[in-house]
Design a protein around this ligand. Structure first.
Ligand SMILES: CC(C)(COP(=O)(O)OP(=O)(O)OC[C@H]1O[C@@H](n2cnc3c(N)ncnc32)[C@H](O)[C@@H]1OP(=O)(O)O)[C@@H](O)C(=O)NCCC(=O)NCCS
Length: 141
């Protein structure tokens, strides 16, 4: 298993991974839309765990000059529990730190609270915040 930066040869693997890990996710989070968008913005922070042609895991990170963010943290079910998720997060953290980032945030859906233990094991704390969001621009998906 190695960690690589995303390239187009892995597109279908990412799509399969995200469909399995995030069933029923919003259409704007689907690989067809989100991957090309990420490739245009800090592509070196889109990391995959790959074994041959298989994409076993992913993390999409971003640094906006103030905070780092993690998205699309996922590992194929059959590869879970062997440290791949942790490995991806640690590599993303290393890259964010190298950019000057001093704080990393992420969001967990309330319906996915079990995964909080995974992040706590990696040093993330639950912080008292209310997450807000607003859709802007046009989504043609
Ligand atoms: C969360 C996820 C990426 C973890 O990947 P993974 O490769 O299995 O994680 P690791 O093997 O590195 O696990 C590290 C530790 O976290 C724990 N852990 C992993 N997933 C967990 C979960 N869902 N709930 C509780 N603990 C979990 C592991 O037991 C392990 O503990 P240990 O070090 O004491 O053995 C994976 O379960 C996944 O893809 N889930 C579905 C997608 C998802 O919910 N992503 C997060 C969106 S916010």
């Amino acid at each position: 298993m190695e960690i690589v930066v995303y390239s187009d040869q892995y597109f279908s693997g990412v799509k399969t991974l995200w469909q399995e890990a995030f069933p029923g996710d919003s259409p704007w989070n689907a690989a067809d839309f989100a991957v090309p968008a990420k490739v245009k913005a800090q592509p070196d922070l889109f990391l995959l765990a790959v074994e041959g042609a298989t994409v076993a895991g992913s993390v999409m990170a971003g640094y906006d000059g103030h905070r780092g963010w993690l998205y699309a943290v996922s590992v194929l079910e059959r590869h879970r529990g062997s440290g791949i998720g942790s490995m991806l997060i640690k590599e993303a953290e290393k890259r964010l730190e190298a950019l000057g980032c001093v704080k990393i945030n992420l969001q967990v859906r309330s319906t996915n609270a079990a995964v909080i233990a995974f992040y706590q094991g990696l040093g993330y704390d639950v912080e008292e915040r209310v997450s807000m969001g607003k859709r802007v621009g046009r989504f043609d998906g």
